[in-house]
Design a protein around this ligand. Sequence first.
Ligand SMILES: [Mg+2]
Length: 245
Amino acid sequence: MISALTFDLDDTLWDTPPVIRRAEAVTHAWLARQWPAVARHFDVAGLAALRRQVAEEDPDRAHDLTLMRFRTYRRAAEAAGYPPEAVARGAFAVFYRERNRVELFPDVLPVLEPLARRLPLAAVSNGNADIQAVGLGHVFRLAVSAREVGRPKPDPLIWKEACRRLGVMPRTVVHVGDHPEHDVAGARAAGLRTVWLNRRGVAWSGPGCPDAEIPDLSALPAVLARWGVEPVAGSGGVAPFPPRE
Ligand SMILES: [Mg+2]
């Protein structure tokens, strides 16, 4: 019996690299206007290099991407002779607003909205996206981040916490994600069933293998049906589940 699903966010529900590139460019442009010496000391690539350095200096907290960004902006402000907290707060607010401006893959809402009426869905992410801000607050019952639990995927802790908060047994939960190690190997180690979302059609590269592989989310309802999750009929103007092929 399947009692819940967990979903990865970045690169599973939207394409992340262009979002981060744009967010970093917009943040840099904001710095150039508000705190110009920071932008003169560090171009976009320079800030990225500083962020990597900051993460390497504190590997135990490198998974806390929000903290790493704050430290990066503080460090850059100090180098430029500005008040670190004011610069970091402002720059992070700009970055975070842009980071949550994502374009969902077109298969996301047609599959997740009907599914959310049948089973509780939880987001489990190593990133710091905000499910409300990205427009998914109505499909996810809850979200658990690596920052909250203190360890990033593939550590099983994030799924254990999601299952605890959902009140379900891990073996009754299906995880869907794009990353062979972070999503599939990690969720399996936590005792969940795993669905590998392979949007690029690449060869499997992880340890072990997923319980199912899908090219996009529209194939998920058929996989779940094999595991006993009956499709729900459409109602109230919401698309039927599964989507018609
Ligand atoms: Mg991902």
